[in-house]
Design a protein around this ligand. Structure first.
Ligand code: ADP
Ligand code: MG
Length: 659
């Protein structure tokens, strides 16, 4: 191995001469053989060396090179989990946490939940005495900081998929930078599938003055090191449409069918945007595959929130003579590995890229956060295409024009922190004692409008006082509950109204991605629907149990209101008063306006209050399609609003923080 100095900023690059590739016969290779074939394997010594000598190592490598599954094992083998210390690896997505944890447990031949475990919100599959490698969402690690601000039980923290720049990843990186100053022995690994690395590297680079101080002791080098793992991706031929397509869903379906018709065997990965269009595409493709020439297709959806049994289908090998079609959200872009049996040349060979993904956009002026189908960036488009070249040369069909790709697509996506509602983030930072949020060391600064909005909401909820400090006990308690602060506040209020059991059940249901599934279709599909519902129901029960425990810890008395629904509605008003809406007088089409910002909104057609249109309502969330629709709506008495938030509803300018 050879270390090369990068002229630009003393950043280290590492390069090695490649090992001669072992011959790959057919059949099943031992787990050890499989591991050795991964591109990161030949960087094992280099990675361990960098972790040993540097406080922060940034590792860039394409999807499938073995970063997530191998690096934690290397660290463990090198002794980083000895003496009761734990190696953590964070992921932005829950689904990825579960999937990689079970893969690593399998590779190590251990039972999941013992030496290798995972934690996601409301699900902790670890063992305090045994767990040495722990996979968790970045959000869960942030929560752990509330009990253990320096994350002292971890020897190495690997922040994975950093290129995604999820809200929690960005906040985590800012906090880890702080922790590092207090715990020089802590090692960070930041791994990324793209070149975001430079930005992150300069973020972790200490100032000159600090650097001078640091060289006096003998700790690890504070300057981050960057290592690029060269992948073994095959060539991917890119195809563009000649003219823009009017309907990407239809275009995706017909592209899949013509690949199946004309191209050699190999699985297809289709990138759509969310459960709705994925289910629609799966439906259309299933209909096609039932009639004649399209037999041999196995069509599978993939999105977060998919029940475990259905996820497993996606990861299982394709039977001989069949072609798998995985219709996915951008979850398959980088965080999951789909191809399995590389040396049998099986796996994804064709990618169909719609050019869109569902992205969260928050407008601090209207205070509305919506999931919007929006164009992806060039960086995403490249990642998507790359998924086709993992097992042999592949093809990527882009459902947009080359001209659009070259001239209009933005180079990189906008970090989530700049397009999100910051209420939950602000409360977490406050709970961690970060008082000056505007001055926090952000990797990318959120807008001050969004920040002010968040402070305003938290102030009106009584979570922050007029000095923008967490109130006691409400503020600390709200921060303690791992839910949206509005729901947490509702749970606190339910204590006074004597309806905590009902409110906790509601909170558990709201935390489910989706429990209601429309039941239409064949007998078989209906059976699947029932299974999914049963799975969601069981999960909701578990979540409710956990919330009951948290509530008890906070001194909330578990009590049912025995059918007095009015008090439940009052408790909800106490948390969600900011989402109050009033029916427009003389409205013929059920138009409401939000009290706070006079936005036009409507009751969602799936609501029991659709067409009932009570004069005053409160919603839980908004979905925007052709209009802004309120989902999960209750009717209220406007006097409850003043009761719940007098300062919010009595004055024009309710909040001293906003000035
Ligand atoms: P990276 O993090 O660099 O994208 P991973 O460590 O996730 O790579 O995956 C490395 C390899 O491990 C994959 O190419 C695949 O062969 C194997 N692998 C990963 N996850 C699974 C899984 N759930 N089932 C089977 N094989 C897997
Ligand atoms: Mg990975």
């Amino acid at each position: 191995p050879r270390l090369i100095d990068d002229e630009e900023g003393g950043v280290l690059f590492y390069s090695t001469s490649p090992l001669s590739s072992s011959s790959s016969g057919y059949g099943f290779a031992s787990v050890e053989k499989q591991r050795q074939r991964l591109p990161v394997y030949k960087y094992r010594t280099a990675i361990l060396y960098l972790v040993e000598t540097h406080a922060t190592a940034i590792i860039v490598g394409e999807t499938g090179s073995g970063k997530t599954t191998q690096i934690p094992q290397f660290l463990k083998e090198a002794g980083w989990a000895e003496g009761g210390r734990i190696i953590a690896c964070t992921q932005p997505r829950r689904l990825a946490v579960q999937s990689v944890a079970s893969r690593v447990a399998e590779e190590m031949g251990v039972k999941l939940g013992e030496e290798v475990g995972y934690t996601i919100r409301f699900e902790d599959v670890t063992n305090t005495d045994l767990t040495k490698i722990k996979f968790l969402t970045d959000g869960v690690l942030l929560r752990e900081m509330m009990d253990d601000p320096l994350l002292s039980k971890y020897s190495v923290i690997m922040v994975d998929e950093a290129h995604e720049r999820s809200l929690s990843t960005d906040i985590l990186l800012g906090l880890l930078k702080k922790i590092q100053r207090r715990r020089p022995e802590l090692r960070l690994i930041i791994s990324s599938a793209t070149i975001e690395a430079k930005k992150i590297s300069s973020f972790f680079s200490p100032s000159k003055r600090r650097q001078a101080l640091l060289t006096e002791d003998h700790g690890p080098n504070a300057e981050p090191a960057i290592l690029s793992v060269e992948g073994r991706g095959f060539n991917v031929e890119i195809f563009y449409v000649e003219d823009p397509v009017p309907d990407y869903l239809q275009a995706a379906v017909s592209t899949v069918l013509s690949i199946h018709d004309q191209e050699a065997m190999g699985d297809i990965l289709v990138f759509l945007t969310g459960q709705d269009d994925i289910d629609a595409a799966v439906q259309l493709l299933s209909e096609e595959s039932r009639n004649g020439q399209n037999q041999g297709l196995i069509i599978l959806p993939l999105y977060s929130g998919l029940p475990r049994a259905e996820q497993d289908l996606v990861f299982s090998p394709t039977p001989r003579g069949k072609r798998k079609v995985v219709v996915s959200t951008n979850i398959a872009e980088t965080s999951l590995t789909l191809e399995v049996i590389r040396w049998q040349k099986k796996g994804i060979v064709y990618v169909v890229d719609s050019g869109f993904s569902k992205q969260r956009f928050y407008n601090p002026i209207t205070d509305i956060e919506s999931l919007i189908v929006a164009p992806i960036s060039k960086a995403s488009a490249r990642q998507r295409a790359g998924r086709a070249g993992r097992v042999r040369p592949g093809k990527c069909y882009r459902l947009y024009t080359e001209e659009y790709f070259l001239k209009e697509m933005s180079a990189e996506g906008i970090p989530e922190i700049q397009r999100s509602n910051l209420v939950s983030s602000v409360i977490q930072l406050k709970a961690l004692g970060i008082d000056n949020i505007l001055g926090f060391d952000w990797l990318a600064s959120p807008s001050s409008e969004a920040m002010i909005r968040a402070l305003e909401v938290l102030y009106s909820l009584g979570v922050l006082d007029s000095d923008a400090k967490l109130t006691s006990p409400d503020g600390f308690q709200v921060a303690e509950i791992p839910l949206d602060p509005m729901i947490s506040k509702t749970i606190l209020a339910s204590n006074q109204y004597g309806c905590s059991e009902e409110v906790i059940t509601i909170a558990a249901l709201l935390s489910m991605q989706s429990i209601w599934i429309s039941a239409r279709g064949t007998e078989k599909e209906l059976d699947e629907v029932k299974l999914r519902f049963a799975a969601a129901e069981k999960k909701a029960l578990e979540v409710r149990e956990q919330l009951r425990r948290i509530a008890q810890r906070l001194g909330i008395v578990l009590k049912s209101c025995e059918g007095d629904i009015q008090v439940v509605r009052k408790a909800i008003a106490a948390g969600f008063f900011a989402n109050a809406c009033r029916l427009e007088p003389y409205s013929y089409n059920g138009m409401y306006k939000t009290v706070r910002t006079s936005q036009e909104v409507y009751v969602h057609p799936s609501s029991v209050l659709f067409r009932v249109n009570p004069k005053w309502v409160i919603y839980n969330s908004l979905v925007s399609t052709d209009r802004q629709y309120m989902r999960n709506v209750i009717s209220i008495d406007p006097s409850w609003l003043r009761e719940a938030a007098p300062h919010f509803y009595q004055h024009q300018q309710p909040n001293p923080i906003a000035h």
